[in-house]
Write a protein that binds this ligand. Structure first.
Ligand SMILES: *[C@@H]1O[C@H](CO)[C@@H](O)[C@H](O)[C@H]1NC(C)=O
Ligand SMILES: *[C@@H]1O[C@H](CO)[C@@H](O)[C@H](O)[C@H]1NC(C)=O
Ligand SMILES: *[C@@H]1O[C@H](CO)[C@@H](O)[C@H](O)[C@H]1NC(C)=O
Ligand SMILES: *[C@@H]1O[C@H](CO)[C@@H](O)[C@H](O)[C@H]1NC(C)=O
Length: 592
């Protein structure tokens, strides 16, 4: 569960479903502070009034994503227990059946055969036992031998104490696994040891098996005042014993949320199944949610016999992020159909709670990505699953463009609100690269603000301007800048939202991340951006840096719903574009 623990306060809340006029209403309910992904604006936990029958507002329609997963209405947060089982992908999600604000969390459930189009089902888990009456929070699925899926999830009791609970499918022959039965002896795991904090004990991982045949899993918790990925072992998934040392511990965050632990083979496209033996040469990745908004990872070596995970680097300031934008509570799973590992995450709204109440919905999931380890073993690479191509409509294709300093090339002929854009930038010379300052690694966002798209550089900035209004007053810029470091080249990738909307009060950072690049060998820097109305999901350098973002341009709602898209270069070195391809994207079928 990606939530900071609630501070209860009576609040004056704006809550109205009137589409244009927001009428203030007094609601006495708790205010949940923080924890809605990146320390953004607080959100309301109060119950909204009952929905009236009326047309959705223009904002509700225009900002609704076409192919990023989101329920038809109401609040959604973390993905929970993704799996592939018997030909079907399952997407479970933290869901509020009662409104577009956080609260009353159950496990929403949708199924798919292609990770693109989804069928909505009844919730898989609802709050109906003493150990989950406050919420059926985040968890995982493990497929036990003999094809037996099991859910393990965090439940909250009436005092908001957290414990882990188990559920099994009622009928494994039902292809959709619609109904789940909770174990009679829930909760199976409580934080009842001395030194544990009973309200910080959540988000169990998928289990993995050791050479002793025992299952392991990690749970985020607090032990003797430090945050830890607590490690547990079990023979039957019901009776868990804590291993005396944690899998990992760190004081970099007050809680390590939504842990994920998986094995990867450097340079391999194939994912590894954690329920099987892990081949020699594999590395392990521990993903941790920090500070209620940042998904970071550490790569290391895991000794399954001793259950010891040794990270390659321990400097928390330099931990890479799975995604440098609005992307939290991510979860991976092994897709046995295609032998790959897939990840997706929760992406919050960055407008206000009253905007969400007016829209009637809040929260989307990032598009499913394959995730694998680069051949140097240092960096994860992510890429949208290829099934996305089934949504591609008409294509435009440009070859051999030359972008000189100050050039702005309009990309026309595709739906600029729903597009998949792939552009390569090729450098004619690397002589103009400016020197890299390693201290920038500590704050890439600062560098994206200071060296933004209007600040001319040596190599770059170049990239895409998207969702731009006629007069360019609104625009979102995704761009690169190349620096020469001592050993190699460093590329800064930014997704600058500061001018993405004229609406005041939105969270509009200039997101950014760095990646190392062998320019002399590779020459071409690729950018892929999925534009989906209020979602902008970008992949730099073949997925070395990914940035997910939310934008709410006023021009989408007010004008003739038009937006422009450009390729640009503001660096002194000419950037060649050997290939630019873009597709209009159809709407996926998501019925929920
Ligand atoms: C289990 O599901 C299968 C397939 O839908 C169905 O034929 C069967 O009757 C179900 N069994 C029970 C006990 O409901
Ligand atoms: C649970 O597992 C532990 C460790 O293997 C064992 O000592 C204990 O007897 C088990 N408890 C039950 C109820 O099976
Ligand atoms: C975290 O802080 C506690 C209390 O100061 C300390 O005992 C512990 O060693 C620290 N843990 C780590 C992993 O730094
Ligand atoms: C390129 O730089 C010029 C001059 O600073 C600026 O006006 C323009 O907006 C920049 N282009 C982009 C895409 O930011």
């Amino acid at each position: 569960m990606a939530q900071a623990w609630a501070i209860l306060l009576p609040v004056l809340a704006l809550a109205s479903y009137a589409s244009h006029l927001l009428l203030p209403t007094y609601i006495t309910g708790p205010l949940c502070t923080g924890g809605d992904g990146g320390g953004r604006s607080s959100f309301l936990c109060a119950q909204p009034p009952k929905e009236k029958d009326q047309d959705p507002s223009p904002a509700s329609t225009m900002y609704k994503t076409a192919f990023h997963f989101q329920p038809a209405k109401n609040w959604m947060n973390d993905p929970s227990g993704p799996m592939y089982f018997n030909g079907i992908y399952h997407e479970f999600y933290q869901y509020n059946l009662n409104g577009p604000i956080f609260g009353d969390i159950v496990w929403g459930h949708s199924v798919s055969t292609d990770l693109v189009n989804w069928i909505g089902l009844e919730p898989a888990l609802v709050r109906d036992t003493p150990s989950d009456i406050d919420g059926c929070w985040t968890g995982s699925v493990t497929i036990l031998p003999g094809g037996k899926p099991v859910i393990i999830y965090t439940g909250g009791d009436k005092d908001q104490h957290q414990a882990q609970n188990i559920a099994f499918p009622k009928n494994r022959s039902d292809p959709y696994l619609r109904e789940w039965v909770k174990a009679a002896n829930n909760p199976v795991l409580r934080p009842d040891e001395p030194g544990m904090n009973s309200i910080e004990f959540r988000d169990p991982t998928t289990g993995w098996i050791g050479p002793d045949g025992l299952w392991r899993m990690a749970v985020g918790g607090e032990l003797n005042g430090y945050s830890a990925a607590l490690l547990y072992k079990s023979e039957d998934f019901l009776n868990w014993t804590r291993v005396d040392h944690p899998l990992y511990s760190s004081n970099a965050s007050i809680m390590l949320e939504c842990l994920d632990f998986f094995a990867v083979l450097p340079g391999s496209n194939n994912g590894l199944d954690m329920s099987s033996a892990i081949p020699n040469g594999a590395k392990h990745v521990l993903k941790m949610g920090l500070n209620f908004g940042e998904d970071v990872y550490v790569i290391g070596v895991y000794d399954l016999k001793r259950d010891v995970f040794v990270p390659d680097t321990d400097d928390s300031r330099l931990w890479p992020r799975i995604d440098y934008g609005n992307f939290y509570a991510s979860k991976t799973f092994f897709d046995s159909k295609h032998g790959r590992r897939i990840i997706w995450a929760w992406t919050t709204e960055t407008d206000s709670s009253s905007d969400d109440v007016a829209k009637g919905w809040a929260g989307i999931h990032s598009f499913p990505r394959t995730i694998r380890l680069d051949s140097d073993g240092k960096r994860l690479l992510q890429w949208p699953v290829e099934e996305i191509e089934s949504l591609r409509g008409n294509e435009i294709n440009h070859q051999g463009l030359e972008l000189k300093r100050g050039d702005l090339f309009e990309i026309e002929g595709v739906d600029t609100l729903q597009a998949d854009v792939e552009i390569d930038f090729e450098l004619t010379s690397v002589d103009d690269a400016e020197p890299f300052d390693p201290s920038w690694l500590l704050n890439a966002q600062k560098q994206c603000r200071e060296a933004d798209a209007s600040v001319h550089g040596g190599i770059g900035p170049f990239g895409l301007v998207i969702l731009a209004s006629d007069n360019m007053e609104e625009q979102t810029v995704v761009h690169f800048r190349v620096y020469k470091s001592q050993k190699n080249y460093m590329i800064l990738m930014c997704s600058d939202l500061r001018r993405s909307s004229l609406t005041p009060g939105l969270d509009t950072p200039a997101y950014g991340g760095f990646f190392e690049f062998d320019l002399e060998k590779e020459r071409k820097i690729s950018l892929r951006t999925l534009i989906d109305r209020s979602a902008v999901e970008s992949f730099g350098g073949g997925g070395r840096v990914c940035i997910m973002a939310r934008v709410y341009p006023v021009s989408l709602v007010d004008d003739d719903h038009k937006a422009h898209m450009y390729a640009f270069n503001n660096g002194s070195a000419t950037a060649r574009v050997p290939q630019l391809r873009a597709w209009s994207m159809r709407r996926a079928r998501v019925s929920i």
